[in-house]
Design a binder for this molecule. Structure first.
Ligand SMILES: [Fe+2]
Ligand SMILES: [Fe+2]
Length: 221
């Protein structure tokens, strides 16, 4: 019976610990709160005066929202993370990702959001490898939005509205065009997602069309 008694107290201790862990979890959820788009936008504008950086943020947000709907995921979360992903780049380009982590943590953003944001710089400015579907998509489309925007700018229409995958692929194959866009990262991202580059380009064009006016790529169409 002594054994049974010991067993019982072990169960009680385990229950107590469980309770403690739950309370801890709840506490950390209460400390950080789910950021709204308005809060994210306010932070973005406070830290980024450059119109081109703001437009890049809107483009990535638009594509992340489109992809969230495609995968049946939380659109608001994907959009907010897309919007804020390059937060520190204007002021701290040499400490990109690390400064964003600091700013978001100081604003009580949840770790899930911070981790996702920082993972977009995997292998460049962060060691955090994209793991979730959200993170892999962000990693895959970030650079691609740059290539698509550059492709749109040289079209007679200056628009993403009449653009197709073929026109982007043509520019993709010309390394001198938008040379800063690292094609290998986009390919790595597509590989992580298990989607073809063509599909990724198509989705990214579709997402950018939804925010065409905000990113200055509505053009004459
Ligand atoms: Fe970045
Ligand atoms: Fe970016």
């Amino acid at each position: 019976m002594a054994f049974a008694g010991f067993g019982l107290s072990a169960v009680l201790i385990e229950k107590y610990n469980e309770f403690g862990r739950d309370a801890e979890k709840e506490n950390s959820i209460m400390l950080s709160k789910i950021p709204t788009r308005e809060e994210a936008l306010e932070l973005l504008h406070a830290h980024n005066q450059s119109e081109s950086l703001r437009r890049h943020a809107y483009a990535v947000e638009g594509v992340m929202r489109y992809l969230a709907r495609k995968y049946g995921e939380e659109e608001e979360k994907w959009g907010v993370i897309g919007l804020i992903h390059d937060l520190d780049y204007e002021k701290f380009p040499e400490r990109h990702c690390a400064e964003t982590r600091k700013i978001l943590a100081a604003n009580n953003w949840p770790e899930e959001y911070i981790r996702a944001v920082v993972s977009h710089g995997w292998g460049i400015c962060s060691e955090v490898e994209p793991e979730s579907l959200l993170e892999k998509n962000l990693y895959a489309i970030d650079e691609l939005t740059g290539l698509i925007a550059a492709t749109a700018m040289v079209r007679p229409s200056k628009s993403v509205m009449d653009m197709n995958v073929k026109s982007v692929k043509k520019k993709w194959k010309s390394p001198a065009f938008a040379a800063g866009v690292d094609r290998s990262i986009i390919m790595k991202g597509a590989g992580m997602l298990g989607v073809g580059v063509d599909e990724l380009i198509e989705d990214t064009i579709m997402g950018m069309r939804e925010v065409a006016a905000a990113i200055g790529l509505q053009g004459e169409v």
